[in-house]
Write a protein that binds this ligand. Structure first.
Ligand code: 5GP
Ligand code: ZN
Length: 146
């Protein structure tokens, strides 16, 4: 899809803090994270939502989600993690290229939820200068070590 932001990220036309890529899947840090380390995992091919992804691609994608989650959790040292996916506008989907959110969680982390919606507050300036790249690098290193 030529006007899809995530397709552009996969093609390298839009920059991203990439942490992982394989034949079918791609992962990068969310630009407006709920917490530091918030990562998105997407199929490289454009599928709008969960039910549109062919079974074999979904199997590859979910394996990538597990791999990346392991690296996010290990590199951030988080006590827990959320894996979420929003499908359809009514369910909170904003980018219509299917994606899983991986969100590390800790007891006193900075995540905040909006009271009116099933949605966390997105934080534009959560990372300090250079910190986003440091997070991405740490996650990438963990993935390479597997
Ligand atoms: P959704 O509501 O569709 O599940 O979430 C889309 C997510 O994509 C949001 O968390 C948003 O911050 C993230 N996002 C949107 N545009 C970009 C972008 O250009 N780059 C990155 N890295 N993340 C994006
Ligand atoms: Zn797309």
């Amino acid at each position: 899809m030529s006007d899809c932001i995530f397709c552009k990220i996969v093609k390298g036309e839009v920059p991203s803090a990439k942490v992982y890529e394989d034949e079918h899947s791609f992962a990068f840090l969310d630009i407006m994270p709920a917490v530091k380390g918030h990562t998105l995992v997407i199929p490289k091919t454009h599928y709008e939502a969960f039910l549109d992804i062919p079974k074999l691609k979904l199997q590859a994608l979910i394996s990538a989600v597990q791999k990346v989650t392991k690296a996010v959790v290990k590199s951030t040292g988080s006590a827990g993690y959320k894996i979420e996916m929003f499908n359809g506008e009514i369910a909170g989907q904003g980018v219509f290229h299917a994606h899983f959110h991986i969100i590390p969680r800790d007891k006193n982390d900075s995540i905040e939820f909006r009271a009116d919606k099933n949605w966390w507050v997105q934080k534009k300036d959560l990372y300090k200068e250079g910190e986003k790249e440091e997070y991405a690098e740490k996650i990438k290193k963990r993935l390479e070590a597997v």
